[in-house]
Design a protein around this ligand. Structure first.
Ligand code: GDP
Length: 446
């Protein structure tokens, strides 16, 4: 997301950096380009206009900070305002008050509502909650079955809805089901339509007024750009939304919806969907995203994601090892497994500072087969060899190749990659995710 916007802003700021002192005219010139970049990113034109006016006010009004150059100062103001535009602080889900907590998911058909209900259940489960899924979308033929399947996949109980029943009755009856199952968060997956229509709104309002959900989350498709903004406004007027889940943001190169929804509808984006897999749901952090748009990377999200996929302790131990020479082939294998767990290498790497500028990240999917072969090679080593790769001489390499059903050249390649990765990780652990190092890591993982 935001590749184009990031590129354009980077160019604009580069031009600014050439000036020792900023005049009103070169600020205006830069801001004109920022505005064009925002419009090109499909940001609502009113939002873009207000945004620029605010920045100009602040930049020309000289909030002088001695530690920053004039260009850095403008970048900082743009960053602050981008963050503000998206709501400033991250807005967590409301899980306050007494259980059960009732979440109502609403949105148009195809926005990802059912999938997101499943993803949300998994996220809550990982946080130690006991979610309960309620398929109340009697509109789309396969929706009930779809949610039941998702529930089975993540081992979350699903209410056995009868498609012939009124959705309001389904929701009411599901409360007893959730209580029987000992669940504390109930997620209602309601019906959608292709467009906002009165009948749908009436149905949703009936559910809303009978059940008083504490979260009413609109699931909106980021790829629909300004339409998503209009949909959010319409749903908010009718139902009083408490938050938006913006889906498919990983596929939206422009990002206009993420930048405009809050400003136009006043509803905070609480979560973002970043892929089709069930763990591809993340809390929305305006400050981090603002940093990412400006190419500052998003180290915090990276750290958080890693922490989710494997226990924090392990991560910490690994980080320590990575910073020293203690990183062994055994650790390397574990690292590869973690990359598998975290999904694509692209998703992971794009969060590192500077990686936004790396082209061709999209082709950098970890190759499952390749990872398996690498694991097989490491498995064929003795513990002593795994502990100290330097003892692996020619005859040991032959034996390892035979044992793993690979070739000596493959073993050689792995050892070369390992030593490179080791060097690189040492550098990265010290927080210097530089382009060259990343490029090398990608080579090493291939
Ligand atoms: P519903 O009609 O709103 O219930 O939509 P579904 O949950 O069936 O989702 C429609 C399609 O969007 C499915 O193919 C999902 O896999 C896909 N989808 C949902 N969320 C995301 C996301 O964050 N990223 C991507 N790439 N696809 C998504």
């Amino acid at each position: 997301m935001f590749d184009n916007l990031s590129d354009r802003l980077a160019l604009t700021f580069k031009k600014l950096k050439g000036h020792g002192k900023l005049s009103e005219s070169n600020i205006s010139e830069a801001l004109r380009e920022v505005r064009l970049a925002l419009l090109e990113a499909d940001v609502n034109y009113k939002v873009a206009k207000q945004f620029i006016a605010k920045i100009k006010d602040r930049a020309v009004g000289q909030e002088v900070m001695k530690s920053l150059t004039p260009a850095q100062q403008v970048i900082k103001i743009v960053r602050d305002e981008l963050c503000e535009l998206m709501g400033g602080e991250a807005e967590p889900l409301n899980l306050g008050g007494k259980a059960p907590h009732l979440f109502m998911m609403v949105g148009l058909q195809g926005s990802g509502k059912t999938t997101t209900s499943g993803k949300l259940a998994l996220m809550l489960k990982r946080q130690g909650r006991n979610p309960y899924l309620v398929p109340a979308d009697t509109q789309r033929p396969a929706a009930i079955e779809q949610l039941k399947k998702l529930g089975a996949q993540i081992q979350v109980p699903v209410f056995d809805s009868d498609p012939a029943q009124d959705p309001v009755d389904i929701c009411i009856q599901s409360l007893a089901g959730a209580s029987r199952a000992g669940c504390d968060v109930i997620i209602l997956d309601t019906a959608g339509r292709l467009h906002v229509d009165l009948e749908l709104m009436a149905q949703l309002e009936r559910i809303h007024s009978r059940l008083h959900p504490q979260e009413v989350l609109l699931v909106a498709d980021a790829m629909t750009g300004q339409d998503a903004v209009n949909v959010a406004q319409a749903f908010h007027e009718q139902l009083g939304l408490t938050g938006v889940v913006l889906t498919k943001v990983e596929g939206d190169a422009r990002g206009g919806a993420a930048l405009s929804i809050r400003a136009v509808s006043q509803v905070p984006i609480k979560l973002v969907g970043v892929g089709e897999k069930l763990d591809a749901l993340e809390p929305f952090h305006p400050d981090r995203l603002a940093g990412r748009i400006l190419g500052m990377g998003d180290v915090l999200t990276l750290v958080e994601k890693a922490g989710e996929a494997f226990e924090a302790e392990k991560a910490e131990a690994m980080a320590k090892k990575m910073a020293t020479d203690g990183f062994t082939l055994e650790d390397f294998k574990e690292q590869l497994q973690q990359i598998k767990k975290m999904g694509s290498l692209e998703g992971l790497l794009s969060m590192l500072p500077g990686a936004g500028k790396l082209k061709g990240l999209k082709d950098m999917q970890p190759d499952e087969k390749e990872l398996k072969r690498t694991e097989a090679i490491i498995d064929s080593m003795t513990p002593a060899e795994r502990d100290n790769h330097q003892i692996i001489n020619a005859s040991r390499r032959k034996r390892i190749a035979r044992g793993s059903g690979t070739s000596v050249s493959e073993v050689n390649r792995l050892l070369k990659n390992f030593t490179q990765a080791r060097k690189m990780m040492k550098g990265m652990a010290k927080m210097g995710g530089k382009k060259k190092q990343l490029a090398r890591l990608m080579g090493a993982m291939r």
